[in-house]
Design a protein around this ligand. Sequence first.
Ligand code: AMP
Ligand code: TRP
Length: 335
Amino acid sequence: MARVFSGVQPTGNLHLGNYLGAIRNFARLQDGNECLYCVVDMHAITVWQDPPELQNNIREVTAAFLASGIDPQAHIIFNQSRVPQHAEIAWIFNCVARMGWLNRMTQFKEKAGKHRENASVGLYVYPNLMAADILTYKATHVPVGEDQKQHLELARDIAQKFNNDFGQEFFPIVEPLILDSAARVMSLRDGSNKMSKSDASDYSRLNLNDDADTIALKIRKARTDPAPVPDGSPDGGDRSTRPEAFNLLEIYGALADQPVSQVQKEFGGQQFSEFKKALVELAVEKLGPIGAEMQRLSSDPSYIDGVLSDGAMRARAIAQPIRDEVYEIVGFLRD
Ligand code: AMP
Ligand code: TRP
């Protein structure tokens, strides 16, 4: 039995990429593992968040976890800021990680943009807190989308350096679980950008709480090219020449739990308008119930708050003794 940890930022607009790349896999890993799924509110504030909106977004991610089938009794769902051990261990990791390592992080460069001097210090040390999230529980398996690969490699480096510096095999080495299909869902408007919460156009993504009409409209408007659906032959092109076409095929395959080759067998050579009808039907069938359940849960915030508070209590019980050992290893005096 492995201990599984992952996190999602409460920054609004949860979308199909979050679901296929991460949350759906969280639910699938429940059998035979001990899972902790965290709403990482402390990561969210590395860029500005409106306080009342942050509260809503924390509840929304929790609702998405529950609506996707994560069992909050068998496993642990909680929000990060409620478990102070994450921040305590993150400070130690700030002193283990090297500036040179963080300087290589592509997500920081993307998020900080041109005005790097004006980015928060929190955004810079974001990966250290992420390493602390995982290692505070000595978790070994971390399901994430492709974009988090570099951060997980850093978590491995931090664990290794800590173990080396203090001369003991204390932290385990983290295994990223990046599933092949849909690890990187692209924007519906531009196949060279990933689907993202922060894209200004809502047509770029399918949100988990979109209703059936909105899903249909967004898929109908999704960008494609004039050629028919690729059929797997060299004439059908590939991901690099037809990114939008292949993105839709991959989305279909992931939602249907089929390899892309099978989707091509079924739809190859047809017009995109026909394929899109099938994709709308499938997306509504798979996402509709999740959106409806999120809607239902959002009318009962006290239930959501109870799940988070109970989860945090159970998370603290695991985190506290590990933090105590870390303090001891580092040489702090404590009660
Ligand atoms: P975030 O919204 O950045 O907290 O991401 C939550 C999870 O969703 C992480 O595991 C990401 O890797 C994953 N994710 C975000 N965007 C995508 C995408 N476009 N395709 C696949 N996975 C994604
Ligand atoms: N950085 C991750 C993201 O943006 C979220 C995250 C925070 C996370 N802590 C984590 C993911 C620990 C896995 C494990 O998607």
